[in-house]
Design a protein around this ligand. Structure first.
Ligand code: PMP
Ligand code: GLN
Length: 391
């Protein structure tokens, strides 16, 4: 079959790096610090609530927008943590994970030829989905050492044709948490260019060192311009459940829901009921998990530095990034493959989070793991790099 007969966006893509590196980790029995999933499952009460619902029902199609109980619990969560008011009946949509939510937002809001801005490095699903919708992608690249949003970079990316920006904070992979002054700057651009923001906040509770998670939608004049995307998988360490959501103004959620109805239509009722239990009674888990992950971040930073990496900070998320240049002159992807095969530790090359001309010296490690896993990985890396000559 000739590839040109297919959609060129997808036929031109490889398999996502998370699948590639996880498969390699399994093949080489490596410790998998690549794909971001916790070692330990989230609260038992949540899993029990879902199990009860599987046994007793409902097991038929739930409402297309999501169960009313879950939409209310999502709205209450946004009120409790950020003082946001969303009408559960018209301003909250439940999706099959944040990945679907982001795809629905892109499909619902963009037309062919619109400009969309991404902040690089950006999550790997954004670009293909934007391209498939025929968007022209403009880039704001975060630059070392501080990786901050600047007026100059935003000024180069925005134009009168800009329809929307995708912003992820806390940011996978760099672990940046954008502060109020950066968000205020972005808000000014959205008003000036009459643009929307899709705010990917899946790591919203995972913010370290006393920093504050500030949803862009809470800033003045942003309530009508932003949609906020969340993920129960991240909040409750249940990444396989794929329950996500979109909250925002009615007119945006309405059109995003039109895309959702023909992508997945709805998502498992039992898992939705499990997450109702989580949002109602176990948000303390998400908050406590932040303190635990902060400790894991410190441990992995120390272990990576001891092994010879130059470690960047991580202000939030599951992830920390490090430069490999003191250890090797390889491209990041070759380095990650070798490290998985030979050192027995898998990580993700950062170049996959960029479009053109990516940096090739940075790799991402997931630390949403037990202290023992981090210690074992640290030991393997120290042992391996102590005897591995620079590549
Ligand atoms: N956005 C970001 C930044 C992510 O890291 C992920 C990965 N889980 C997602 C979206 C997708 O979340 P979900 O698993 O709920 O689809
Ligand atoms: N979000 C996860 C990560 O960045 C991966 C999710 C996936 O495999 N699609 O590691």
């Amino acid at each position: 079959m000739q590839a040109q007969r297919f959609n060129p966006v997808f036929s031109g893509l490889g398999t996502t790096i998370f699948t590639v590196m996880s498969a390699l980790a399994v093949r080489h029995q490596a410790i998998n610090l690549g794909q971001g999933f916790p070692d330990e499952d989230g609260p038992e009460e949540i899993r029990e609530a879902a199990a009860r619902a599987l046994q007793n029902g409902p097991n038929q199609y739930p409402p297309m927008q999501g169960l009313a109980e879950l939409r209310s619990a999502i709205a209450d969560h946004s009120r409790r943590f950020y003082g946001l008011e969303f009408d559960p009946g018209s301003e909250v949509l439940v999706t099959s994970g944040a990945t679907e939510a982001i795809g629905d937002c892109i499909m619902g809001l963009l037309s062919r030829g619109d400009e969309a801005v991404v902040i690089e490095p950006c999550y790997d699903s954004y670009r293909p989905m934007l391209s498939a919708m025929g968007a022209n992608i403009r880039t704001v690249r975060l630059m070392p050492p501080e990786f901050r949003l600047t007026e100059a970079a935003l000024g180069e990316a925005f134009s009168p044709d800009t329809k929307l920006i995708l912003i992820n904070s806390p940011l996978n992979p760099l672990g940046r948490v954008f502060d109020r002054s950066e968000l205020e700057l972005l808000a000014e651009f959205l008003v000036r260019y009459d643009a929307y923001a899709i705010c990917d906040e899946v790591y919203e509770h995972l913010v370290f060192d006393g920093r504050e998670q500030i949803p862009l939608i809470t800033l003045p004049d942003m309530r009508e311009r932003c949609v906020r995307v969340g993920s129960a998988g991240k909040m409750f360490s249940l990444t396989g459940w794929k329950i996500g959501w979109v909250c925002g103004p009615r007119c945006l959620v309405e059109v995003i829901t039109k895309a959702h109805q023909f992508n997945t239509f709805t998502t498992s009722p039992a898992l939705q009921l499990g997450i109702v239990e989580g949002l109602r009674n176990r948000v303390d888990f998400a908050v406590a998990n932040t303190r635990i992950l902060e400790a894991r971040r410190n441990e992995i930073a120390q272990a990576l530095a001891a092994a010879g990496f130059a470690v960047l900070g991580s202000e939030g998320t599951y992830f920390i990034t490090a430069s490999i240049r003191k250890l090797s002159n390889e491209q990041d992807i070759d380095f990650c493959r070798r490290m998985t095969r030979e050192a027995g530790v898998a990580a993700i090359p950062l170049s996959v989070f960029y479009g053109d001309d990516p940096p090739t010296d940075l790799v991402r490690f997931a630390f949403c793991k037990t202290a023992q896993t981090i210690a074992d990985a640290g030991e393997r890396l120290c042992r391996y790099f102590a005897r591995s000559p620079a590549g």
